[in-house]
Design a binder for this molecule. Structure first.
Ligand code: G3H
Length: 541
């Protein structure tokens, strides 16, 4: 089928959408959560448009999903005050609560959350255009993450049940919360990535102000009640609106102790410098990346193509871990390109609910124009689009494009595209790729494809000092969530994994006593009479 015909038939009429996936009437959200109250907003709102367009008698138009509140600085400050009060400088109910108490609250939350699966998954699919299978996976993976976090928290607690005896000092060490956490997630994993900071922050006893990203907002609405019912008032506060008006002023109060932000380094830097006491601020950041695949001349090309297709174009390339540039050895580049383009042409374009669909419309309104600029820049400097119809636009849809040969002079070589455009570079020696990584602003992951153990070993040893994860004969990815997820340079700050995140959102505190008779009797009584949560020797099963 020709590209123009494929594009013409892309968007459905309302009647063509299977009943089970229909969105229904627009949702006009008025609710937000502050200090344990679900409050209602009657001020200005933001319209939420789906990347999915509907074909009707009046033309092709983005489906309106409803509206969300555009809160102001006043409501954001109220949210911060509630979180600050609930933390109570570490003396609030939540930071002082026993391990069992916080686990019970989290278990209640996850039970309530699971009941909202259908509503969250459907809204996620419509709001960000992620295919249904991956939208379901995002929800289920998040539930699993919470359950694993509870287990990891129990383990930390068990490991802290004992006392240490060193040089005549009795020591009791536990991890304690840091304070008020400002949480902001990205549009591409609006549930999962946000919760990978929100959940560990909460379970460690911090209180939270959470503001969803500009895109991927409505999906949080069904969870407001779950947060309200599971946690004490003020522990979780959720505000909606423009970042500049809401979060900027929060940072400048100096009352935020942790900035948990997933987005661009530019935005992270703007937020960080607004904090008046930088030493009091801990930052947990997952930012841009430009992960390369390096295909060596002895690579299994069929395997490399399969993994590079997944790595470059899963969810249209809108993953921070996506392969964003392919370095192919000059001896195999022609064969690789041929195989890659064949596989690319097989990818199914369509609507997110369609079976087996891989390429879907893009949620960011400015993205197609941005991708076009990158391609035009590359074409003007000698590159070509390898696949027929690559780079064609149709409303919110952007046909994936493989661009070759990409060189240093082109924007596509350096800039993170975060979309379905795939730059391919031919290289002579691995030194060229190592130089690329050294000069790059980013350092998240790399994929290396090859079969020669000596070459592979040499490259592995060089790459581990440039990035934080080297993937052998497979695409880059974050999972399994128990492995560390982090980045060098402008790709991130701090490490997130189920257990690392618990450390990131807490600090070790210690009680020390000279090992003498009086202290021993007193500490024994405190433990036996269960007078202190911190000093407890309880072992949670
Ligand atoms: O966008 C960044 C995500 O954390 C990537 O996760 O590699 O599992 O898709 P993933």
């Amino acid at each position: 089928m020709s590209t123009s015909l494929r594009l013409e038939n892309l968007f459905p009429t309302e009647q063509n959408i299977p009943a089970v996936y229909q969105y229904g009437a627009p949702v006009h959200q008025t609710e937000y959560l502050i200090n344990g109250e679900i409050r209602h907003w009657d001020g200005p709102v933001q319209e939420i448009l789906s990347p999915v367009c509907i074909n009707s008698s009046s033309g092709i138009q983005q489906k309106s999903l409803g509206t969300t509140p555009l809160l102001t600085q006043k409501e954001a400050m109220e949210a911060l005050d509630a979180a600050y009060k609930a933390y109570g400088n570490g003396t609030g109910v939540w930071p002082m609560m026993s391990t069992e108490g916080r686990i019970l609250a989290m278990e209640k939350f996850v039970t309530l959350m699971k009941a909202e699966r259908d509503a969250v998954v459907k809204t996620l699919m419509w709001e960000i255009g992620k295919n249904i299978k991956d939208s379901e996976k995002e929800f289920d993976r998040t539930v699993e993450y919470i359950i694993d976090t509870i287990e990891a928290y129990k383990k930390i607690d068990r490991d802290s049940a004992h006392y240490d005896f060193e040089q005549g000092i009795i020591g009791k060490i536990r991890r304690c919360p840091l304070g008020v956490v400002l949480c902001m997630g990205p549009f591409n994993y609006p549930l999962n990535e946000t919760f990978t900071t929100l959940i560990p922050a909460l379970i460690m006893g911090n209180t939270v102000v959470f503001k969803p990203a500009k895109i991927g907002v409505l999906l949080h609405r069904p969870l407001l009640k779950a947060f309200q019912q599971a946690f004490p008032a003020g522990v979780v506060n959720i505000v909606f609106g423009r970042g500049r008006e809401t979060v900027g002023p929060l940072m400048s109060t100096g009352k935020i102790n942790v900035l948990a932000f997933i987005g661009t380094s530019k935005s992270a830097n703007i937020l960080k410098v607004q904090h008046p006491k930088p030493n009091r601020l801990r930052s947990v950041l997952a930012l841009e990346a430009k992960n390369p695949a390096i295909v060596l001349n002895h690579a299994d090309l069929d395997l490399a193509v399969k993994e590079c297709i997944l790595g470059t174009l899963s969810y249209n390339g809108q993953r921070c871990t996506a392969l964003k540039i392919l370095f192919i050895h000059k001896n195999v580049v022609d064969t690789f390109n041929k195989k890659y383009v064949e596989a690319l042409q097989q990818l199914k374009w369509g609507m997110p609910w369609e079976d087996g669909v891989q390429i879907t419309p893009l949620p960011e309104p400015e993205k197609p124009g941005f991708l076009n600029d990158l391609i035009e820049d590359a074409l003007s400097k000698g590159a070509h689009v390898l696949n027929d119809g690559g780079g064609s636009m149709h409303h919110t849809f952007y046909a994936p494009a493989a661009v070759y040969p990409v060189t240093k002079e082109m924007k596509l070589y350096h800039e993170e595209q975060f979309g379905p455009v795939v730059p391919i570079v031919a290289f002579n020696t691995t030194e060229e790729v190592i130089d690329y990584m050294v000069e790059s602003n980013y350092g998240q992951q790399v994929s290396i494809f090859g079969t020669d153990k000596e070459d592979m070993a040499k490259l592995i040893d060089k790459m581990v000092n440039q990035v934080c994860r080297v993937n052998i004969n497979s695409q880059c990815q974050r999972s399994p969530d128990v492995f560390p997820f982090n980045g060098r340079k402008d790709s991130g700050e701090g490490t997130l994994s189920v257990s690392d995140a618990l450390r990131t959102f807490s600090i070790r505190a210690m009680v020390a006593a000279k090992e003498n008779g009086v202290n021993k009797v007193m500490l024994t009584d405190i433990i036996k009479e269960r007078r202190s949560n911190f000093m407890s020797t309880d072992f949670i099963l």
